[in-house]
Design a binder for this molecule. Structure first.
Ligand code: AMP
Ligand code: GLY
Length: 435
């Protein structure tokens, strides 16, 4: 059987790799993929990206199921188009993807269905937004309504920062039409975790829990990024909190959408703040897997991913369970010089080829590529091609040992001026130490 994965980041490398491990699968195409998916056994990159061409390709190659990685494709309606062409695809339709593509849609939906989240107000008029800020005390969170590649959120510590965020989005239009409207949100304190599930629109299969590290520098300082590393499972989600999240958040989302006539099929990611009282509140929804959370989650998944996705596409997700490696997995992102503002490209990366050979003989680590491409001498060198370059992901008996294993692997990889955080997993490790 042949499969197709849409996207070219670390999340898609991890998905395609895991799908390729099923004996029934003889090839996984990745569109457009990266150097990691080009070199991986059983995977093949294709360079087409437009939806009509992808549909043509899926028909010609008799692709059994297509799996969508990035939100941009979902927002463009790739699932609607594939389904209209009679093709099987895993991901939410455009209308369901609004949970991520419009923060206002998500907020109003949560309000209608009593799903716990920060209080907010919405504004199109900058004058009214400025007035609102003057009545409030900071910190406050300002968010552009639409997709802004993780850059449309400002946590304003001072009124001045809040005013300039309003101007940047509503007046200077830094995010174009994604910033036609904003929300101004109450600042929530607590621990941030990622809670990701698969759903067929009716049944829900939670994936292993995880925690991302969004800031660039150690200790959660510096600018926000797409994610500098993640680990799974996170000790911050106890069994009772897990049940609370399913009961108060995940089921009400899927059932609420169904009541409103929207069938949500795909991965659903809830970014949650766990408050000091152990209450989970929604920061955001993503209508896809997290990156880099997917990399440690896939390394821990023992069940066949293809089986889970097939059941999800066929509406029988209640018939399967996911089995997880009891070890922890931890991934550290090696990012390019200048990331996230202005990442430098075309640096040669050393050390990856040997690791590709090593990782074929072990299940205990995998290097997932993101911004890489083949280039240089005879197209045989691996070069940087984006902000987040690779996610070095390793298993270990606990989060601390998984962390040590990941950082040992990083010593074998080099490119000029790479950036890493040195403390991925620290919150989980400290929590376990205190227990
Ligand atoms: P979002 O894209 O909505 O998840 O926001 C990006 C990041 O901003 C989140 O990962 C949080 O770290 C932070 N954030 C967003 N909303 C809030 C909030 N209401 N309170 C505190 N931090 C927030
Ligand atoms: N790791 C955060 C995200 O995927 O949005």
């Amino acid at each position: 059987m042949k499969l197709l994965v849409i996207g070219g980041g670390g999340r898609e490398h991890a998905l395609a790799w895991k799908l390729s491990l099923s004996p029934r699968v003889h090839k996984v195409f990745v569109a457009p993929g990266n150097a990691g998916t080009a070199l991986e056994r059983g995977l093949e990159n294709i360079s087409i990206t437009s939806i009509p061409e992808l549909i043509e390709f899926a028909k010609q190659e008799q692709i059994a199921i297509t799996v969508v990685g990035p939100e941009t494709s979902l927002a463009e309606g790739i699932v609607d188009a594939f389904q209209a062409a009679g093709l099987k695809i895993f991901g939410p339709v455009q209308q369901a993807a609004q949970l991520e593509t419009s923060k206002i849609f998500a907020k109003e939906f949560m309000q209608r269905h009593h799903i716990p989240t920060a209080n907010y107000a919405r504004f199109q008029d900058p004058v009214l937004a400025h007035e609102y800020i003057d009545q409030k005390s900071t910190p406050l969170v300002i968010k552009a309504d639409g997709l802004a590649a993780g850059k449309g959120v400002v946590v304003a510590q001072t009124n001045e920062q809040a005013h300039s965020a309003i101007n940047a989005i509503l007046v200077e239009k830094n995010f174009g039409s994604a910033g036609y409207e904003i929300i101004i949100e109450e600042f929530l304190r607590g621990t941030e975790v990622s809670f990701i599930v698969m759903t067929d629109g009716c049944h829900i299969l939670p994936l292993a829990t995880s925690q991302d590290h969004k800031r660039l520098f150690d200790g959660d300082l510096g600018p926000n990024t797409g994610g500098m590393g993640a680990y799974s499972p996170t000790p911050f989600i106890s069994p009772s909190l897990h049940a609370q999240i399913m009961r108060n958040i995940i089921y009400p989302v899927i059932n609420g959408l169904k009541e409103e006539g929207i069938n949500y099929t795909g991965f659903l990611y809830a970014g949650l703040m766990i408050t000091a009282e152990d209450q989970a509140k929604v920061l955001e929804f993503n209508c896809r897997l997290g990156d880099p959370e997917t990399q440690p989650i896939m390394l821990r998944l023992k069940s066949e991913l293809l089986t889970l996705i097939t059941h999800a596409v066929n509406g029988t997700l209640d018939k399967v369970d996911a089995e997880w490696d009891r070890r922890a997995a931890l991934g550290v992102v090696m990012a390019a010089h200048g990331y996230p503002e202005d990442p430098r490209k075309n640096d040669v990366i050393q050390g990856l080829q040997d690791l590709i050979i090593d990782q074929e003989n072990t299940d205990s680590f995998h290097i997932f590529h993101a911004g890489t491409r083949m280039g240089g001498n005879d197209e045989k060198e691996i070069m940087t091609a984006g902000g987040r370059v690779v996610c070095v992901t390793a298993l270990g008996e606990n989060v601390r040992i998984a962390q040590q294993n990941a950082y040992k692997l990083i010593e074998k990889i080099h490119f000029d001026d790479y950036q890493i955080r040195h403390d991925i997993g620290y919150q989980g490790i400290n929590y376990q130490r205190k227990k």
